[in-house]
Design a protein around this ligand. Structure first.
Ligand code: NAP
Length: 469
């Protein structure tokens, strides 16, 4: 029987793996497309959706988290199903999904941290940004992570928005912490923190800082911290000074204005310090079993033939005393069995969102990728919308090649049978809404936006008990 895929009688069936912004934008783009009829099944390994909106966006940025309302609307669309608490690979294999769906879209993010490649990174007290961010955001996998907040001095390597999120969270006062949705057990540890000095370390200069206004705008208003930078560090080299005036780069200008605005700040002994340091590359994390400092080399900057600014190391070394180090130097995809991996880029192997065989470079039929897993860890939440639309366009371009096959795949409905058969307690979207309702109620009682459940067991139990009531 010849079939045309994407019609009312034979909808296009797509499995989306991951429920962060890129996954939801891909779903929206397919469901709102007037030329086809699509059915979406979204699989998420946690019972809770929204990926980094829940577990990555800083807890003092509740406004940014409100983007989840848009995803709620997408989830309520006809032909959309959410399967939370289902792990791709173990609960459902890639082969099972390929047998059931016309296409898989990987929206799996980039959950692994990059290493700095210096010795001492595995010492006690040296952590990845991934761990710390996931811990203060209540990610179940990190709820028991340990950070020695009795240390007074902290070094954060990298100067992107994640590094600034960490710096702000470490600098919040108990009152500021109380207004966030940081889980209770983490709040208690942050409130008891002895951290006094937070050093942000960039390997290039102030004009190359990766952060944006989003990361800095609250810093001047922090109740218990003062941000400082040595004015000498803002002296620009001849080759880069011109960039500031010529480039018209709004982010660069804003960043430099911010840094200039804090350059006359003075240390206030009653407050914590957030220090911005430039042109320093870590050489070693020093100490015995535990971190006692970070040795850094001073860098000089040079411009390549294409106008890009790079760093080169001098022989000038210094050691900054600190008892905690956070590496915040970017993320890469955690390789998953069966998904083609581009080790060099740290992404799913792809060309414009079409998954390719990592060895041969040939397109893999019916597999696509969106978001950080596609392009690397870059951009803000909104960047994912056009990115996902672009991948969906590639999928729709490929669609005519599949129609006409003897393609009578089982109904996507059999996913339920498949999961039931394996005794997997999947969480549909309406059950996530139960979790969310209780989190909001708990939050209200504690005068905070929500009190997150931090174990999967608690989440499943609350769903069961609410349904019994
Ligand atoms: P990022 O913006 O790529 O910043 C990484 C930083 O690490 C850069 O300063 C980079 O310096 C430095 N770095 C890389 N390798 C290094 C090494 N070996 N040694 C020392 N420094 C090194 O990454 P991110 O902060 O993880 O953020 C990821 C993405 O999420 C970004 O697009 C960010 O804007 C976004 N984000 C947005 C928000 C928000 O909008 N609120 C919040 C968090 C994250 P070079 O520039 O010299 O390479």
């Amino acid at each position: 029987m010849s079939v045309t895929i994407g019609t009312q009688s034979r909808p296009l069936r797509v499995a989306i793996i991951g429920s962060g912004p890129s996954g939801f934008y891909a779903a929206e783009s397919l469901l709102k497309n007037d030329t086809i009829v699509a059915e979406i099944d979204m699989f998420e390994y946690l019972p809770t959706p929204f990926g980094l909106v829940r577990a990555g966006v800083a807890p003092d940025h509740q406004q940014i988290k409100s983007v989840a309302k848009i995803y709620d609307k997408i989830a309520s669309m006809e032909n959309f199903r959410f399967w939370g608490n289902v792990q791709f690979g173990s609960d459902l294999s890639r082969e099972e999904l390929l047998d059931t769906f016309d296409a898989i879209i990987y929206a799996i993010g980039a959950q692994s941290d990059r290493s700095m490649g210096v010795s001492g990174e595995d010492k006690k007290g040296s952590h990845s940004a991934t761990e710390f961010v996931a811990w203060y955001n209540g990610h179940p996998d990190y709820k028991d992570a340990q950070f020695d907040l009795s240390q007074e001095k902290v070094a954060i390597v990298g100067m992107g928005n994640v590094a600034l999120d960490i710096a702000r969270v470490l600098a919040l006062t108990p009152d500021e912490i109380a207004k966030t949705d940081i889980p209770h057990h983490v709040q208690e540890q942050l409130k008891a923190s002895k951290v006094r000095e937070i050093n942000l370390i960039a390997r290039r200069g102030p004009l190359q800082a990766a952060f944006t206004n989003t990361g800095t705008k609250e810093i001047p208003d922090l109740e218990g911290a003062v941000a400082i930078v040595d004015p000498e560090e803002l002296m620009l080299e001849n080759n880069t000074a011109q960039t500031l005036t010529d480039s018209g780069d709004k982010k660069m200008v804003q960043n430099f204005q911010f840094l200039e605005s804090i350059s006359s700040n003075e240390i206030d002994p009653s407050k914590r310090v957030i220090r911005f340091m430039f042109r320093k590359s870590p050489q070693e994390i020093v100490g015995g079993d535990s971190v006692t400092g970070i040795t850094m080399v001073t860098n000089e900057l040079f411009t390549d033939d294409e106008g890009r600014i790079h760093h080169t190391m001098t022989e000038d070394l210094e050691t900054l005393d600190c008892g905690l180090v956070f590496r915040s130097v970017g993320y890469k995809v955690r390789p998953v069995d069966g998904i083609q991996y581009d080790a060099k880029r740290g992404t799913v192997a792809n060309v414009e969102g079409r998954v390719i065989d990592a060895d041969s470079g040939e397109t893999v039929r019916g597999e696509y990728v969106v978001g950080w897993a596609k392009r690397g860890a870059s951009g803000v939440i909104g960047t994912n919308k056009p990115d996902s639309i672009a991948t969906v366009e590639k999928l729709l371009e490929d669609l005519p090649q599949w129609s006409g096959d003897e393609l009578v795949k089982p109904q996507a409905q059999t996913i339920k049978e498949l999961l039931d058969g394996k005794n997997i307690h999947y969480v549909p979207f309406e059950d996530w809404k139960i979790i969310e309702k209780i989190e909001h109620e708990e939050g209200k009682a504690r005068e905070k936006p929500r009190e997150k459940f931090v174990t999967i067991h608690e989440m499943i139990s609350v769903i069961k008990s609410e349904k019994l009531d």
